[in-house]
Design a binder for this molecule. Structure first.
Ligand SMILES: C[C@H](O)[C@H](O)[C@H]1CNC2=NC(N)=NC(=O)C2=N1
Length: 100
């Protein structure tokens, strides 16, 4: 069973609490620089653990210490509360490694 797609108003309200994230169509996106490559990989490992626990998985692009996360709920064809939850967990993982 997949969660419901967020309405436009719910999406706007959710993103107001996630200032590092931007809307790209049916996805939300954050790009961040970790201090160095190993720190970036630790962020990815922490995000992977959270994603597995949620059974909700981000698209991740790794280029040296620059990480790009793209979130969408494929089964719902757009954004759901799971994407907002995962975004907050990614923010926390990045903050732990002092990424910006
Ligand atoms: C069976 C399993 O619940 C699904 O394949 C999950 C896994 N992870 C997922 N992750 C994301 N981002 N969207 C999904 O629809 C999704 N579906």
């Amino acid at each position: 069973m997949s969660p419901e797609r967020l309405t436009e108003d719910e999406t706007t309200a959710g993103l107001a609490g996630l200032p590092h994230w931007t809307r790209e169509g049916d996805s939300i996106v954050r790009t961040a620089d970790a201090p160095d490559f190993p720190a970036g990989i630790r962020v990815v490992a922490a995000v992977a653990e959270a994603a597995e626990a949620m059974d909700h998985h981000p698209d991740i692009d790794i280029r040296w210490r620059t990480l790009r996360f793209v979130l969408s709920t494929h089964s719902a064809g757009g954004l759901t509360a799971l994407d907002l939850d995962l975004a907050a967990r990614i923010d926390a993982a990045l903050a732990t490694e002092s990424a910006r």
